[in-house]
Design a protein around this ligand. Structure first.
Ligand code: RNT
Ligand code: ZN
Length: 413
């Protein structure tokens, strides 16, 4: 008997069907973020600035400098990730000889991405870029007191929704368009209400035009604080939770955007009672929103377990959000995405019925025993089977593959 068959029998003793888990996992797309590939720089021709706490640290050689290089790196990474997935693009990753400002972008500026995604069998997701731009240098965009600056960003937001809808229509797959703005104050503001009202009104304008959900869906992403906006973030959790409920939007929960002891896993079910669809930015905050590569840690496994146990997979879009420039950028994608999948696989292989029965019987001893005994089950063999069935490498082969590619792109300088 092979390793997988052995594992399958061990899981079966706990009433867990590994075949069901494997086929369910194959149906869960992960939206892989483009910005891990080039340290969130993008391809706009004009000089951009950084701000809002978005900054990759490190100088590992091999950063993708052009859209072609980024696509080559993505093809390599997707070739090491089992299953069919999505690419999450930011507006600053346009691929065009033209030099449109953010309020001038159109679907045509992203045509090479759409063609490539179609050829690769990938869905696309999208994001307006409200940072790294001279008009965002004050860490104020949609809530800026200057109406001309607000207008500029409103137009940007509107255009990204059109582009996202165009991508969704072209690929026959609904694109999430996620709004995150860096807006906030470094020090204690005098008038939080005015700023929040300005953000609310600007968002209302951005979202005016309806699009079919089959083409695109809007999400809003809250945050606790960022570098330079320590005292007040205009788009806080309460702000966007309320706004998403009132407007029927998706709420984006980024795992790095809360107090370090808060659990995004715990929030999922609470939010899901009032919001019909969720977007996740799976990340690994270290002491703050540090955007480390996703590991198979307890936080990520807790999130995966909630998605499975609360039956939220059908109304949660799973995206990743990390950027580390101290390690191979392609390896970072592969490691982080596979870890999200491993967390989901483990969640799909829980003895759910027994756990629920124990809880309902107030038998917390049995619940704890089950949770702890389940840790020893042979997940690794099931994961290897998943990789093999999807023709993806694992272990030493994967390791050598990642190292060879990293050496190859190092020549880029
Ligand atoms: C910033 C948010 C946001 C960005 C990306 C690049 O704190 O997490 O999602 O990381 O839009
Ligand atoms: Zn995020």
């Amino acid at each position: 008997m092979g390793q997988y068959e052995n594992a399958r029998d061990q899981f079966a003793e706990w009433g867990i069907d590994t075949e069901t888990a494997l086929s369910r996992l194959a149906d869960i797309p992960i939206s892989v973020h483009c910005w891990q590939g080039d340290d969130v720089r993008g391809f706009e021709k004009q000089v951009s600035t950084s701000g809002g706490g978005i900054q990759a640290t490190g100088n590992h050689p091999g950063r993708a400098r052009t859209p072609d290089e980024l696509r080559a790196d993505l093809e390599f990474a997707f070739g090491r990730i089992p299953g069919r997935h999505r690419l999450n693009l930011h507006a600053c990753y346009m691929d065009t000889d033209q030099t449109p400002d953010r309020d001038e972008i159109e679907l045509a500026h992203f045509a090479p991405w759409v063609d490539w995604a179609r050829a690769q069998g990938l869905g696309l997701d999208f994001n307006p870029t409200f940072f790294a731009h001279p008009k965002a240098d004050d860490n104020l965009t949609l809530s800026h007191p200057d109406p001309a600056i607000r207008d500029f960003w409103v137009e940007h937001g509107r255009r990204t929704r059109e582009i996202a809808a165009g991508m969704g229509a072209a690929l026959g797959s609904s694109a999430a368009n996620n709004i995150w703005v860096p807006d906030g104050y470094k020090d204690t503001p005098a008038d939080r209400m005015a700023a929040r009202r300005r953000l609310e009104h600007a968002l209302d304008r951005v979202l005016e035009q309806p699009f079919p959900q089959a083409q695109m869906r809007d999400a809003v992403e809250c945050k606790l604080f960022g570098i330079g906006v320590e005292a007040c973030t205009i788009g806080s959790h309460e702000f966007y939770l309320g706004y998403a409920i009132r407007k029927g939007l998706m709420l984006c929960l980024d795992m790095g955007h809360f107090h370090p002891t808060e659990s995004v896993a715990d929030k999922l079910t609470a939010v899901a009672l009032s919001v019909d669809e969720l977007l996740l930015h799976v990340s690994r905050p270290m002491r703050w929103d540090s955007d480390h590569v996703v590991t198979l840690n307890d936080d990520v496994q807790d999130v995966a377990r909630e998605l499975v146990s609360a039956d939220l997979l059908g109304r949660t879009r799973i995206g990743l959000d990390f950027f580390d420039a101290t390690i191979s950028r392609t390896a970072a994608w592969v490691i982080g995405t596979r870890n999200m999948q491993k967390a989901l696989l483990r969640a799909l292989l829980q003895p759910m019925t027994q756990l629920r029965d124990a809880e309902d019987a107030l038998d917390y001893t049995a619940r704890l025993m089950l949770q702890e005994e389940a840790r020893d089950l042979p997940f690794g063999a099931v994961w290897l089977e998943f990789c093999a069935r999807h023709d993806r490498p694992a272990g030493q082969v994967l390791m050598h593959d990642l190292q060879a590619y990293s050496r190859q792109v190092a020549a880029r300088g």
